[in-house]
Design a binder for this molecule. Structure first.
Ligand SMILES: [Ca+2]
Length: 184
């Protein structure tokens, strides 16, 4: 009888150990690997061409630079923004942006906000690009942004008459090929 008990306890411990490890792996995967922005509702300050460059193209799962990108108007705006609604307050881990290649002068200076309403004044600034040369502006870049939020907004602005750097585009324009929000 005693030997049976001794044999059972280690087996139970091993089983519990594996259950615990698989739970951790599942939790790790869902935290890091799920793009919770995919095909979610989006909104934008303006559209350059809602048919060929729709705002929703930034959450269609296609990161290919030759595919569609969300593109705000290029018509004399000094502020511009694009927002994805995650549907509910979500635990965000990090955000990866695929920008249109070759247009770093437009993307430069962009900000990432997370918020629980569409009012950015109630949100948190996660990141602001401070590249000093156009070559520093990465076409693909990930940002740690560990907050609980329902909305992720990419915002940009151009001061007039003085821009931060002479190589910045004159107007604020966003060309987001894909915005991935990893979290749960
Ligand atoms: Ca896309």
């Amino acid at each position: 009888m005693h030997s049976l008990v001794r044999a059972t306890v280690p087996l139970l411990s091993i089983t519990m150990y594996y259950i615990s490890i698989s739970h951790v792996i599942h939790h790790f995967k869902s935290n890091l690997a799920d793009n919770i922005a995919l095909r979610k509702q989006v909104d934008t300050s303006s559209n350059y061409d809602p048919v060929n460059w729709p705002a929703s193209a930034a959450v269609d799962g296609e990161t290919n630079q030759r595919g569609k990108c969300g593109h705000t108007s290029d018509n004399s705006h000094f502020t511009t923004w694009w927002t994805v609604n995650l549907g509910q307050p979500s635990t965000i881990n990090y955000i990866t942006i695929y920008y249109r290649a070759g247009y770093g002068s437009r993307f430069a200076g962009y900000q990432i906000f997370v918020s629980n309403t569409t009012d950015l004044n109630n949100g948190q600034l996660c990141y602001e690009d401070a590249s000093t040369t156009v070559a520093e502006v990465a076409t693909v870049k990930s940002h740690q942004c560990q907050h609980v939020a329902q909305y992720v907004t990419i915002y940009n602005y151009r001061n007039t008459p003085t821009k931060r750097y002479h190589w910045y585009s004159t107007y604020a324009i966003l060309e987001l090929c894909e915005v991935l929000v990893f979290g749960e």
